[in-house]
Design a protein around this ligand. Structure first.
Ligand code: ZN
Length: 156
């Protein structure tokens, strides 16, 4: 059975940056279950998995436009140091905004702090090693909900 729209696939993956550093991996965890064609994964991943079958192992190189997008310079902002109150603020720290976004501190000045609200993988070329572990038909309920139920999926 091949991966096409409305199939559920289970995959193992390892994600590296262009320097070979591992950013994320399913190694040592359960495989990732997803509903194909429902936008559950980034576009480059869905395109690369289309037509693949159980047992297939392959590599994918995904550019930012089919991954997490380019970095948006408008999402880098200076905010007053006072906005953080008495909290310690250091470069690399992450904060949740009132809108529920996660921002990363990229610079700390005396009076101001620079924060970046881009996804941490924005602008990054993604190198995936992928192995397809399982492919099955999605249930009607899964198709309606747009996500996987049962093992590796939503429980509700
Ligand atoms: Zn559901």
């Amino acid at each position: 059975m091949q991966i096409t729209k409305n199939k559920v696939a289970a995959i193992h993956y390892t994600l590296r940056d262009n320097d070979g550093n591992i950013i994320d991996t399913s190694d040592g965890r359960d495989p990732l279950h997803y509903l194909h064609g429902a936008g559950n994964l980034i576009l480059g991943m869905e395109e690369g998995l289309e037509g693949k079958a159980k047992g297939d192992k392959f590599q994918l190189k995904i550019s930012p436009d089919k991954g997490y997008g380019e970095k948006d310079p408008n999402m880098v902002q200076k905010v007053p140091r006072s906005a953080f109150g008495d909290q310690e603020v250091r470069k690399g720290m992450k904060f949740s905004t009132n809108q529920g976004n996660v921002v990363t501190v990229t610079e700390v000045g005396l009076d101001s702090v620079t924060v970046d609200a881009n996804h941490e993988l924005a602008g990054v070329e993604l190198n995936f090693d992928v192995e397809v572990m399982e492919v099955r038909n999605a249930t009607n309920e899964e198709i309606t909900h747009g996500h996987v139920h049962g093992p590796g999926g939503h429980h509700h």
